[in-house]
Design a protein around this ligand. Sequence first.
Ligand SMILES: NC(=O)c1ccc[n+]([C@@H]2O[C@H](COP(=O)([O-])OP(=O)(O)OC[C@H]3O[C@@H](n4cnc5c(N)ncnc54)[C@H](OP(=O)(O)O)[C@@H]3O)[C@@H](O)[C@H]2O)c1
Length: 249
Amino acid sequence: MATYVQLNTTAKMPLVGLGTWKSPAGQVKAAVMAAIDAGYRHFDCAYAYLNESEIGEGIQQKIKEGVVKREDLFVVSKLWCTFHEKPLVKGACQKSLAKLKLDYLDLYLIHWPFGYKIESHPYLTQEKLIKYCQSKGLAVTAYCPLGSPDRPWAKPGDPSLLDDPKIKEIAAKHDKTPAQVLLRFQIQRNVIAIPKSVTPERIVENFQVFDFELTKEEMATILTFNRNWRICEMNVSKNLKEYPFHAEY
Ligand SMILES: NC(=O)c1ccc[n+]([C@@H]2O[C@H](COP(=O)([O-])OP(=O)(O)OC[C@H]3O[C@@H](n4cnc5c(N)ncnc54)[C@H](OP(=O)(O)O)[C@@H]3O)[C@@H](O)[C@H]2O)c1
């Protein structure tokens, strides 16, 4: 299978990218370098993650070492909510570029625009939305693909995808880990996944998802795990009329 999704612009967006939300300063530079060595070429960054400077250092070091060229990479950043007003956009983008030590981004997303609904994993499979986007030629990225176990608001008793016995069972059949099954589930339906890790072994593990295939039945079984469990609910905005997660879609 292809390892990327081709966007309307003809740009190729790698199906697996490194997530960087919550990746701490002091660890994220090494994580980026380990990811490049493991074959990652897509990095999901954002001004609001407060670590773009270190990410830039990691990228620059690998370019200096001759491991990759800038044009081999697909770097994403995001315009934080306080800069959504038109006159503020350019400066915010330039700030991210300066921190990342790049002169262009491959994708600049609006961070938390209202109408933005795509988080996905087996407990929030988003079948209808993904089908609709793909039918219109829109590429979809699944964030929190592993269920975001390090989310700051995790509570005891919350569902845990990585510990789900049925995911574990499928993983064992393929001699793979639960994380690899969760990621393969997305890329096999042409959805880009951006697992975050600062652990070198996991960074490698999360990229080893192109050498096995889930059966049609397994894909269908995983879709039945949906329970509309949303990790990033943006609770502070629940009372706004533009709040995007009330509607059925
Ligand atoms: N646009 C948005 O609004 C938005 C919102 C949420 C997330 N995102 C993006 O999506 C990325 C991914 O989402 P996320 O960070 O919330 O969660 P995630 O990728 O679903 O999960 C990350 C957690 O899983 C652990 N992990 C990673 N690989 C593992 C493995 N193979 N086995 C077991 N545990 C593993 C990580 O630990 P260690 O790091 O300690 O290894 C970390 O605790 C973010 O980092 C960010 O780039 C975007």
